[in-house]
Design a protein around this ligand. Structure first.
Ligand code: F6R
Length: 257
């Protein structure tokens, strides 16, 4: 295992009093990238996450679009992951999530939206994943990547055991992750067993990375991630390889630090 770095991580942590304030802070960092790229006449390439964590971030970005004229016309988006075996129309697909919480409410061009598909045929998944990576590179990489964290330390669906050099691929979901999703799927047996996910290497290549964690349920894994050396058993520890990663927490998520 690589030794934990002695980065003064505190410098990169913002602890906000509420989930709402942490989300608004995050949304503003993303909006600033969109706007500064607009001023340069360039695309802003966003790496986006799903789940509970970014919901208020997207809500704030939608508000900025509606009330402050923030345009998404120069935005290129790449999502981190998608469940394997479900269609984009499935109520719990990440395609659907992104439309519901962000894309349907802003002026992003449909052709600029990229997510892995849960419908990719097994024998073509490798080629599709390689094409996904190539597409990110075509846009000269991700300008700003938003991450949540799973309670087992996964980032995207890089489950424990994921290597540092992993790229976009099909992965078996960890029992912990499937359990966490059981309620919304209406039972563990209905939760997909696999997903397509960007790899650790894909994520670490982003020019800027924000990790947002909210609520008491995340306090334990945040503590473990910060205290542990880099290990594939807690994939989020790999973020320590980048001293510039920005961590945004609410008081509860940061409560055990
Ligand atoms: C989803 C993703 C996952 C989630 C993580 C936390 O695109 O990348 O890593 O960020 O599972 O999920 P929530 O936010 O629902 O606690």
């Amino acid at each position: 295992m690589t030794k934990a770095s002695n980065i003064p991580i505190e410098n990169n942590i913002q602890v906000c009093p509420t989930q709402e304030q942490a989300s608004i802070t995050t949304a503003h960092l993303i909006a600033d990238v969109i706007k500064s790229k607009q001023e340069l006449g360039e695309f802003a390439v966003l790496g986006l996450a799903t789940g509970n964590t970014p919901k208020l971030v997207y809500q704030e970005l939608v508000q900025m679009h509606k009330n402050q004229g923030l345009s998404f016309k120069n935005v290129i988006s790449f999502n981190l992951d998608e469940y394997h075996g479900i269609t984009p129309a499935h109520r719990l697909s990440y395609h659907r999530f992104m439309r519901t919480y962000l894309f349907d409410h802003v002026d992003i061009l449909p052709e600029n939206i990229h997510l892995p598909f849960g419908t990719w045929e097994l024998n073509k998944i490798e080629a599709h994943c390689a094409a996904y990576e190539a597409k990110i590179n075509d846009y000269n990489g991700i300008d700003i990547q938003l991450l949540g964290i799973g309670r087992n330390g996964h980032i995207a669906f890089n489950e424990p055991g994921s290597p540092f050099d992993s790229v976009t691929r099909l992965i078996d979901l960890h029992p912990f992750t499937r359990n966490d999703a059981a309620d919304e799927f209406g039972g563990l047996d209905k939760v997909p067993t696999q997903a397509i996910t960007m790899g650790i290497h894909t994520i670490m290549n982003a020019k800027r990375i924000l990790l947002l964690a909210l609520g008491k349920r995340k306090a334990e894994i945040i503590k473990k991630t910060f205290e542990s050396e880099m290990t594939p058993q807690i994939p989020a520890t790999f973020l320590k390889a980048r001293p510039d990663i920005e961590y945004i927490f609410d008081t509860e998520a940061a409560s055990l630090l």
